[in-house]
Every structure is written in structure tokens, then in C-alpha cells.
Design a protein around this ligand. Structure first.
Ligand SMILES: *Cc1c(COP(=O)(O)O)cnc(C)c1O
Length: 355
């Protein structure tokens, strides 16, 4: 399918690269496509970034039938543009769509839309260390109807945002709160879909933790509050002795692209990585026995986020003296190196869209 193009004759000035922050600036263009009942996905178009107009009865506002993705484009030193494993995000977008009863979108068309959009906004891709162009595809229900059922019409948009390093304080270990009251997801629910409601459901716990001085919450499983699941909107890894553990995908955990890449990178470097259920008790015990070496989160936004302290029932679990561990540092360097083209991509994870 051909993608239409409407030129933007009123381009914005670009933000200062040193003060990008995350998700605050948007580029000159966006991609938009409609799903029309009886016709399917039609009118894919790259057009000027602008507000969209919807009737107040649009179903997404009332019942939250909405999914999204997040990936990044990186500018290399020799001015090429790389995407990191976009096919994984595209597959996951369609898995989220399936779970939320949203019609599937052609995979090739999504990749073409992302690539062409990034190309028209190429001047917006920052080049300083730690910066990138964040890509946010999202889909939502647009029937003008109040009543619970699946929508018959949808919109698929892609917007772009130049972003700086995720943590303004730099690559420093974060302090996390182990959440025992609120839960994020349960088996049989929508935890493995990247759907808007999961984040709405997490805000209260997140804001209470922030007030107490924590940067993230560590979610425990919804049924027994015993097994660790994720940290904020990141997957989590724990190094105990020489083994690196991460929770297995049970249906309530998001299948992260950074998680998958981390497992593959660690195994290729000779580490033993195990995906299984991990109790909070065994982490406490490992720390007591001096075997808890490192804890880190993984996700597109922060890539690797080392954890320095975890608090459980008023007790501090200190990790690696609160310092960035060797494995976390190495992983961060390797992953960001591959993503930006500074480290050879032995795995064939990046695609060059500047050609
Ligand atoms: C997006 C997300 C992640 C990380 O996935 P990546 O593909 O690595 O960015 C982890 N957990 C949740 C809940 C998420 O929404």
C-alpha cells in the first residue's frame, strides 16, 4: 500500500539537545491511518503533526480500547539511521491488538510507515551520547458510541519525539519500593499487552512511591504477592551468585524487546541465564548470604537501569553497595553500542533505514 504525503510548510524550531528530557518535544510530521468498518485499514498518510479531532463519545475515552508501542531510531557517527529490532515491536503491537480485539495491521506496512516517517523527520534525530528519536505507534477505538463492546472503527498513529538520556541524574542506581498493596496485572488479565489501562492502573502506586522518595515500584504477582514481576514499566533481572535470573513470562508480564536482547547477549557472553518464578524471599535470603550481586531493569526508554536499593516491609535491601554493577555497565555499553552503531552488530539486530 502506498503511503500518502502532505507537506508541512510550517516547521518548528528544534529543541536544545542538552535539554531534551523524555517525551516532551514532537517532530514536524506524524503518520495516520484509519480502520473503517467494512473496508479495513485505509488512507495511510504522513502529514503535519497536529491535534486530532474526535467526538466526545469516541469509545477510547470511555472504555480504553487502546494499545501502543515504543522503540527508538538512532543516528550513527557516519550519519546513518538505525532501528533496533523493530520487527519485535511490530509483532508485539499485533499481539496487543489481538488481546484488545483491535484488527491486525499489516506488518510490512507498519515498518514502512515507521521508516518513512523517521526519514522525513531525519533532522530531528539527535546525535549526542544517550540521545535518540523515540517512536510511539498507537491504536485506539474511534466509534462514536457509548456502550461496552468492541469498536468497529480505529485510528493508528505514529508520533516521534527526540529524547535525551532517560535518567536526568545519569546512569546511577535507582531506589525502588516493593509494592505489597497494589498490583499491576493478573494471569488471564491484560498484563502482557501494551495497553493504556495497565498504565492508568499503575499510577497510584507509582505516585505514592515517588512521594516516599522512590523512583519506581517493583510489582509482585497479583495472586500471591510472592513472586517478582516487573519494575515500573521495565522487566527485571537479578544476579545471584553466578546465575542471572529473570521472571518467566506467565501472561501478566510484558515480553520486553530489551529483556529478550539482554538474555541473548548474556548467554552469548557465557552467563547462565534462567527464566523462572522468583520469590521476594529468595532475594532477601540471597542478600543476607552475600550472594545478591546485581539487580537491573530493562526497557527501551532507559535501556538498562541499575537498582541500588530495594525496600521491603520497611527494610532496605542494599545491592552492590548501591553502586552500578559490572554486568549492568557492560550490558548498557554493549546494547547502546549496538543500537548506535558503535559496537559491531553480530546479532543482526539493527536495520539501516537511511539507504
Ligand atoms: C514496554 C514495557 C516494558 C519494556 O519493553 P521493551 O520492549 O524492552 O521496551 C516492560 N514492561 C512494561 C510493563 C512495558 O510497558
Amino acid at each position: 500500500m502506498e503511503i500518502g504525503f502532505i507537506e508541512n510548510i510550517d516547521k518548528k524550531s528544534k529543541p536544545n539537545q542538552n535539554q531534551l528530557g523524555f517525551g516532551q518535544h514532537f517532530t514536524d510530521y506524524m503518520f495516520e491511518m484509519d480502520y473503517i468498518d467494512g473496508e479495513g485499514w485505509v488512507n495511510p498518510t504522513i502529514k503535519p503533526y497536529a491535534p486530532i479531532s474526535l467526538d466526545p463519545s469516541a469509545m477510547v475515552f470511555h472504555y480504553g480500547q487502546s494499545v501502543f508501542e515504543g522503540l527508538k531510531a538512532y543516528r550513527t557517527k557516519d550519519d546513518r539511521v538505525l532501528l533496533f529490532r523493530p520487527e519485535k515491536n511490530i509483532e508485539r503491537l499485533n499481539k496487543s491488538n489481538a488481546r484488545m480485539c483491535i484488527p491486525e495491521i499489516d506488518k510490512e506496512l507498519i515498518l514502512k510507515a515507521i521508516s518513512e516517517l523517521v526519514k522525513v523527520d531525519k533532522d530531528w534525530i539527535p546525535n549526542q551520547k544517550g540521545t535518540s528519536l523515540y517512536i510511539r505507534p498507537f491504536v485506539f477505538a474511534t466509534d462514536y458510541y457509548v456502550g461496552v463492546r468492541q469498536s468497529h472503527n480505529y485510528k493508528f498513529l505514529i508520533i516521534l519525539s527526540p529524547v535525551g538520556a532517560y535518567y536526568s541524574e545519569g546512569f546511577n542506581p535507582v531506589k525502588i519500593f516493593i509494592e505489597q498493596q497494589y498490583v499491576r496485572a493478573v494471569k488471564g488479565g491484560v498484563g502482557e499487552a501494551k495497553t493504556a489501562g495497565n498504565y492508568a492502573a499503575s499510577i497510584k502506586a507509582q505516585s505514592e512511591a515517588k512521594e516516599k522518595g522512590f523512583s519506581q515500584v517493583l510489582w509482585l504477582d497479583g495472586a500471591e504477592h510472592k513472586y517478582i514481576e516487573e519494575v515500573g514499566a521495565m522487566n527485571i533481572f537479578i544476579m545471584i551468585g553466578e546465575e542471572i535470573l529473570t521472571p518467566e513470562l506467565t501472561g501478566s508480564i510484558l515480553d520486553g524487546v530489551t529483556r529478550r536482547s539482554t538474555i541473548e547477549l548474556l548467554r552469548a557472553s557465557g552467563y547462565q541465564v534462567t527464566e523462572r518464578k522468583i520469590t521476594i524471599d529468595e532475594i532477601i535470603e540471597a542478600q543476607f548470604n552475600g550472594r545478591l550481586k546485581e539487580v537491573f531493569g530493562t526497557g527501551t526508554a532507559a535501556v538498562i537501569s541499575p537498582v541500588g536499593e530495594m525496600w521491603f516491609e520497611g527494610q532496605k535491601i542494599l545491592i552492590n553497595g548501591g553502586e552500578v554493577g559490572n554486568v549492568s555497565q557492560k550490558l548498557y555499553d554493549q546494547l547502546t553500542g549496538i543500537q548506535t552503531g558503535d559496537v559491531e552488530d553480530e546479532f543482526g539486530w539493527t536495520i539501516d533505514i537511511s539507504k
